[in-house]
Design a protein around this ligand. Sequence first.
Ligand code: PPS
Length: 364
Amino acid sequence: MRLSTIFRVKKLVFGAFLVFFVLKWAVVPLYSAMKRNMCQSVHNVLFLKTHKTGSSSVSNIFFRFSKSRGLTVALPRKQIYSFYWPWSFQANFVDNLPEEKPNILCSHARYNQTTMQSFMPPGTNFVTILRHPLSRFESAFLFEDFPAFLGIPASANPFQHFFEHFEKFKHDINSMYTLRNGMSFDLGLEPDDFEDATAIRNFISSVENDFHLVLLMEYFDESLVMLKQHFCWTLEDVLYLKHNSRLRSSKKHHIPRQFGNKFLDRNKADVLLYEHFNQTFWRKVKSQYDNFWSEVRLLKQKSHAMAKECLLPGEHKDERRKNIATKLILNPRVGHDMEHLCRELVKDEGGYLTYFRDIQLRER
Ligand SMILES: Nc1ncnc2c1ncn2[C@@H]1O[C@H](COP(=O)(O)OS(=O)(=O)O)[C@@H](OP(=O)(O)O)[C@H]1O
């Protein structure tokens, strides 16, 4: 080969490397940053609040966002907390039935695809959250104080007693919709279909089609960073505190291992639902942008720091649920600059519904 040809090839290779590095280190990050800055913040969201899945902590985020941006929130009628759950959602369950459609709906409701899609503005993002069915059941069973309702002795492991005497209780819990396939029920699956494998498969596909994001309670931070990214929100928008936790003393019992299969068999729809969205969740995580994990770490740190800053230390009983649930109490020593944010983070659903009732119903 002639010397001049070798030089030309070298030049070409060098040029190719140069173009590659400029693209990799300058153009692509610049383009991603521009895309992020150009994205439009999502304002219309329906959050299908499933029971005992960390949903109150997520609702706090939607309420806070709505308040800070002056958005309209759909309010349950008759001063109650839910849209007549367990009935399937209807438009006349909403109090502020406005001519203009609401931006946000995030209180308990049973999913009704047709009604909800026409009730919300076109292009509304549908979001929900799931939790592993076993631990979700434990939470629902104790939070609603079913052991007392069923006359289970206080000294027993309530789960052991429940499953050992299952035939006796079966009838009593027939209409306790949070206790069997609770998440699938909330998302619209009919109890008559709980044993129908085809109906369950079709149901999961329709959730997949209708919902833009399915969060997982066990991966709360990952879920929220994904939400923040998808909605073009800031990390501050998705800061959170843990609402509605049971007291530590009510977490000492679990479903004994020997009843695990019996439980999973009775809750097939929820098990398949959770498995399916666990898989799609990790597929989505894999396709996230470069600094996804550093944002997850940051959100964890910041939310942890907010809990330290905002909350009166210790565990406090929620007086309405004396032996079961905790209540978040604002730290009276909170710094002046943090007070506003802390108040909003601590506020529970009742506090927000009162706030939005006051301003939205006054405006009419
Ligand atoms: N951020 C975060 N991370 C992990 N877990 C969390 C979080 N926020 C709430 N929780 C747990 O969720 C349970 C309460 O769920 P919900 O708020 O959906 O309950 S409710 O249906 O609105 O009554 C309740 O579960 P249990 O404590 O097991 O009962 C809460 O502890």
